[in-house]
Design a protein around this ligand. Structure first.
Ligand SMILES: Nc1ncnc2c1ncn2[C@@H]1O[C@H](COP(=O)(O)OP(=O)(O)OP(=O)(O)O)[C@@H](O)[C@H]1O
Ligand code: SF4
Ligand SMILES: [Mg+2]
Length: 344
């Protein structure tokens, strides 16, 4: 098996709640017991509703968020057990990150050339002339005309700014690029261009790509593997080709049913229970307050991962592999119609 670029084992991230809570002691469980390995060259999409921990996971993968517990192994080295200088050098060169909003992610006082050159200067790559050459090469790679090298980010369009951010992320030839909502701050008309650019670069440069987006259908189309998160937990990893109608976790099915294809429209699977808080996650399975299949077993223990062959899920009562989403919509309707006493 090819060694992973980065691997998380039992990673937890707990924040002090921003609001403080009644006694000022509330904690947010942003990421709980996450295991994830990213292999060279693969594209992994991360989906889940707002606040479920996608950005936290992305930041742990690129080493800007230190886990409260658990380990992050980067090319075989335990990242947070190594000296900070070595960690920064390894990560700075090995991973690139692209953020949601290019207008805040770029230093607005530097020119495009300076922004793209900065990582080369910090990591002392090559001679000054070689760095100039690399900047020209990078701008070409992301499709920015040479004439834009000396302008400030404020003079660029949103799409051009995101191209600058991509060029900067690629400057040190990383093996892994993590893109957290790379298009959601952009005009709809340029989103596809930026996504296509990322996919094209990934192919040409052999990058591994971790892609976070609210646009789950785009994630599905772009990815080899889809990771579903719910309330700080990874609850399923599915080969992208199977995620629409062969995923096994009820939440993954519900999520992907919400944006049906135009050719085969279906009613989405409704989720009606209370949305739990990341400061007080429910006992057992975190999805049980909204899951139509929940019972006492679900309230008692968090299910372990089961499955194989790149498809794993955590659920006590998984959806059958051959069960259609139409069928699940019917199943939920029957469950909702049953008197409360008969429900599990
Ligand atoms: N620095 C912080 N301090 C306190 N809480 C935080 C902090 N960063 C994130 N959180 C909380 O951790 C949880 C996970 O946040 P995260 O940003 O990872 O979610 P997300 O899935 O990326 O959400 P979105 O889709 O809205 O970007 C949320 O409840 C969020 O409010
Ligand atoms: S473990 Fe239970 S509550 Fe959680 S997703 Fe599976 S059936 Fe639903
Ligand atoms: Mg986020």
């Amino acid at each position: 098996m090819t060694p992973s670029i980065v691997e998380l084992r039992d990673v937890h991230v707990v924040h002090k709640a921003r609001s403080g809570g009644l006694f000022g002691r509330d904690h947010v469980h942003a990421l709980t017991a996450a295991d994830l390995a990213i292999a060279p060259g693969e594209t992994v999409g991360i989906v889940g509703e707002s606040g479920c921990g996608k950005s936290t996971l992305a930041k742990v993968l690129v080493g800007v968020q230190r886990p409260t517990a658990g380990s992050v192994t980067f090319r075989g080295d335990d990242l947070w057990a190594t000296a900070s200088v070595r960690r920064r050098t390894a990560l700075g060169a090995g991973v690139g990150m692209i953020f949601q909003d290019p207008s805040t992610a770029l230093n607005r006082r530097l020119t495009v050339r300076q922004i793209v050159r900065d990582p080369l200067d910090v990591h002392r790559r090559g001679t000054s002339a070689e760095r100039d050459g690399r900047v020209r090469e990078l701008l070409g790679l992301v499709g920015l005309p040479k004439a834009l090298a000396d302008v400030l980010p404020g003079q660029l369009s949103g799409g051009q700014r995101q191209r600058v951010a991509i060029a900067r992320a690629l400057a040190l030839e990383p093996d892994l690029v993590v893109a957290d909502e790379p298009t959601s701050a952009l005009d709809v008309s340029v989103r596809a261009q930026i996504l296509n650019l990322l996919l094209d670069l990934k192919e040409r440069l052999g990058l591994a790509l971790v892609f976070v987006s609210h646009d789950i259908q785009t994630v599905r189309r772009m990815s080899d593997r889809v990771v579903t998160m719910y309330l700080g937990r990874i609850v399923e990893e599915t080969p992208a080709a199977d995620v629409l109608d062969r995923s096994r976790h009820p939440y993954t099915r519900a999520l992907f049913s919400a944006t049906p294809g135009l050719l085969d429209p279906i009613d989405p699977i409704p989720l009606i229970g209370p949305v739990p808080s990341a400061t007080r996650p429910p006992s057992g399975c975190p999805f049980r307050t909204r899951c139509w299949r929940a019972d006492d077993v679900c309230a008692g223990t968090m299910p372990d991962f089961e499955g194989a062959g790149g498809h794993v899920f955590r659920c006590h009562h998984p959806v059958r592999e051959d069960q259609s989403t139409h069928d699940l919509v019917r199943e939920v309707a029957v469950q909702e119609a049953a008197p409360a006493t008969l429900r599990a």
